[in-house]
Design a protein around this ligand. Structure first.
Ligand code: AMP
Ligand code: GLY
Length: 422
C-alpha cells in the first residue's frame, strides 16, 4: 500500500514510525513532515502544507494513494475528509461535521449537554458586553475559552474577575485569536488530575487505547507557562479498569451514539480530555485526532498493525478487530528550544540521537529539519524521547537515560515527567 500522512509534528513522526512497521505498507509520503519523517524507513517528505487541501488531494490522486491518515485538527476541521471521500479517496479521520467536537467548543459543549455527558458548566457568548456582565454574576473566577481552533492557546485561566474581563476583551474585541474568538465559552473552573483517553471508532464500535497523562506546564512541579505538552506517560496509574469502564459508559459511548443519532457518525480517533474531580470524571474537551505528545507513548504500546485498525474504522467493522497492547509502560520526555513557548532560536545542530536509540529509546522528531545531512532544530518542541519498560519507573528511567545522550544549544526539558503527580 501507498500511504499519505498529513502533518509535521512529534505525533506524525510516531504515526509514520508505527505505520511503516505494517507489512502491508510499501511507502509513506508525509506532507510536509519533518527531519524525523525524512529518515524513517519507507517514508519520504513532500512539500505540501497540511492546510492545502486541494494540493493534498491532487497529490493523493496523482500518486494513487491507497490510504491517507490525518494527524492535526486544522485540516480535519476544514473538511479534508469530506473532500477526499467525495473524490473516492480512502482517508482516516472524522468528517467536518464530526470534527466540530473539537473545532467548535460551543458545539461541543451544547452536544455534551444534549447527551448528558458530564462536563464543566459553561455559557456561550458572542457579545463582549454580555460576556463581561456575566463574569460579575459568578461566585468564582471562570475559565475563558475561544470557541474556534486557536493552535492550543485558546484556553485561559485568569486569576481574578478583572483579569477575566481583560481576557474577554482581548479575545472578543481585539481578536487575538482571530475569528476563533468570535464566540467564547465562560466555563466553571474544575480541579483535579487530568487524563487523556483516546479511542478508535468506526462510528458505532469503540476501542479504547491505554489512558495517558501529559504534562502541559513548562517547568518541574507543574510550574511556569502552559505549553503544547512537555512529556507524557501511559498507562495512567489513575485509570483502574472500573474507571475506564465508567469513562466508556458515561462519556465515549454517549458521544459516539450521539454523533450517529445527529447524522454525523464519528469515524477516527476521539480524544477525551478528562478531569478527575471530587464530583466525578468530567470532560474538559474533545479532540478529533490523536494527541501530541500522547501518541508518542500510546503507539509504542500497540503491538497490532495500525493500518488494519484504521481500515477497520473506515469500513465500519471495528467490532471484528481486537488490538493487542503490550504489557508495561511508556514515557516520553520533550526536549524544547530555550525560550519556548515564547521566542526561541532555530537552526541549532542536534547530536547524540543514535546513542539515545542504542540505549533503547525511540526518538520522535517534532521541530527538526535536515540540511546537508545535518539535523537542526526547527521549532519550539524539538524532540520527544520515548522509553519503554516493564513498569512506569522503568520506562521513565530509559527515557531519561536516552535523553542524556542528546544535546543541542539551549535545550530545555522537565526532569519530573511521570514522576510528578498532579
Ligand atoms: P486545552 O487547550 O483545551 O487543552 O486546555 C488547556 C488546559 O486548560 C487543560 O489541559 C486544563 O489544564 C485547563 N482547563 C481547561 N478547561 C478547564 C476547566 N474548566 N477547569 C480547569 N482547568 C481547565
Ligand atoms: N496533548 C494535548 C493535545 O494533543 O491536544
Amino acid at each position: 500500500m501507498k500511504l499519505l500522512l498529513i502533518g509535521s509534528g512529534g505525533r506524525e513522526h510516531a504515526l509514520a514510525w508505527k505505520l511503516s512497521q505494517s507489512s502491508q505498507v510499501a511507502r509513506i509520503f508525509v506532507a510536509p513532515g519533518n527531519g524525523g519523517t525524512a529518515t524513517t524507513e519507507k517514508c519520504e517528505n513532500v512539500a505540501i502544507s497540511d492546510s492545502d487541501l486541494a494540493g493534498l488531494l491532487a497529490f493523493a490522486q496523482e500518486q494513487a494513494i491507497d490510504l491517507t491518515v490525518v494527524g492535526p485538527e486544522v485540516p480535519l476541521a476544514a473538511g479534508v475528509v469530506d473532500r477526499f471521500q467525495a473524490a473516492g479517496q480512502r482517508i482516516f479521520g472524522p468528517v467536518q461535521a464530526a470534527a466540530r467536537l473539537e473545532g467548535s467548543k460551543a458545539f461541543s459543549k451544547a452536544f455534551m449537554q444534549r447527551h448528558a455527558i458530564p462536563t464543566a458548566q459553561a455559557q456561550v457568548f458572542s457579545d463582549f458586553e454580555s460576556a463581561a456582565d456575566f463574569v460579575w454574576t459568578l461566585d468564582a473566577v471562570p475559565v475563558i475559552k475561544a470557541s474556534g481552533l486557536a493552535a492550543g492557546k485558546g484556553v485561559i485561566l485568569p486569576d481574578s474577575r478583572d483579569e477575566a474581563v481583560d481576557v474577554l476583551r482581548g479575545v472578543m474585541v481585539e481578536r487575538r485569536f482571530g475569528e476563533a474568538g468570535a464566540t467564547v465559552l465562560i466555563e466553571e473552573r474544575l480541579v483535579g488530575p487530568e487524563m487523556s483517553v483516546l479511542a478508535f471508532s468506526d462510528g458505532r464500535s469503540i476501542c479504547v487505547m491505554p489512558p495517558a497523562q501529559d504534562h502541559k506546564r513548562l517547568g518541574d512541579g507543574d510550574t511556569g507557562p502552559n505549553t503544547g505538552g512537555m512529556g507524557a506517560f501511559a498507562p495512567s496509574p489513575l485509570a483502574a479498569p472500573a474507571f475506564l469502564a465508567e469513562v466508556e459508559r458515561t462519556i465515549l459511548r454517549p458521544a459516539i451514539d450521539g454523533m450517529a443519532a445527529e447524522g454525523a457518525p464519528y469515524v477516527g480517533v476521539l480524544y477525551a480530555g478528562l478531569m478527575l474531580t471530587d464530583d466525578g470524571v468530567k470532560v474538559i474537551e474533545f479532540n478529533c485526532r490523536f494527541g501530541d505528545p500522547e501518541t508518542q507513548v500510546v503507539l509504542p504500546l500497540l503491538a497490532s498493525d495500525l493500518v488494519e485498525l484504521m481500515e477497520a474504522c473506515i469500513d465500519g467493522r471495528l467490532d471484528e478487530v481486537t488490538p493487542v497492547w503490550r504489557a508495561g509502560a511508556a514515557t516520553t520526555v520533550v526536549m524544547a528550544s530555550g525560550g519556548y513557548p515564547g521566542e526561541y532560536a532555530k537552526g541549532k545542530e542536534i547530536c547524540g540521537l543514535a546513542e539515545a536509540e542504542a540505549a533503547g529509546c525511540s526518538v520522535f522528531h517534532a521541530g527538526t529539519s535536515l540540511a546537508d545531512g545535518r539535523l537542526l532544530t526547527n521549532g519550539g518542541r524539538v524532540l520527544s524521547v520515548t522509553g519503554r519498560g516493564d513498569d512506569l519507573a522503568g520506562a521513565t528511567q530509559q527515557a531519561y537515560a536516552g535523553l542524556a545522550h542528546i544535546s543541542f544549544d539551549g535545550a530545555v526539558w522537565r526532569t519530573d515527567i511521570a514522576r510528578a503527580r498532579a
